[in-house]
Design a protein around this ligand. Sequence first.
Ligand SMILES: [Zn+2]
Length: 187
Amino acid sequence: MTYFRGKVPMSPDEFVTLDEKARAKAFTIAGVENDNLVAAVKKEVDRALAEGRPFGEFKADVDTLFDRAGVTRLNNYRVALSSAYGAGAYDELHSPVAEDLFPYFRYIDAGIYDGPHAVRPSHRLGGTILPRDDPWWKTHWGPWDYGCRCRAEGVTKAEAQGLKIAIGADLPGPPGSGFTSPAEGFL
Ligand SMILES: [Zn+2]
């Protein structure tokens, strides 16, 4: 968990001057100029990932931070927060330790919290396991569309024994919605 700790909080103005890759490596919550608040959100992402807390719980805590700071939540707040969470998870699972430990990733959709009816059909891929280097992850690392709550987790070699390993080429292709998956910022 060095990803967010290694990042420097930035204001939105500083953020837009970065190239795409640097953008994913940086951190901002759209519209927020308050450095202390951005730093506090960063800490919450770190904690949520370390404790495996779902996005909904993480967001509720960040909502409280915004309310306490008296900062209005803008329209793109939820998307920014969700992308920050996904980017943190991406980096965590691409650390040298995770690379050794997890040759596969498992796709998780929000059905584990709310049942399959709560997940749009194109996102109902929960439980799918693919090799970590399958290019499919570049376009399907959550959030990969508006309101997407999908995520991925690491799967060890031992855990994958006897389980079906999917191939991205056989799965639904890139969504093409114009939404940028956090994973794309790293490539
Ligand atoms: Zn999704």
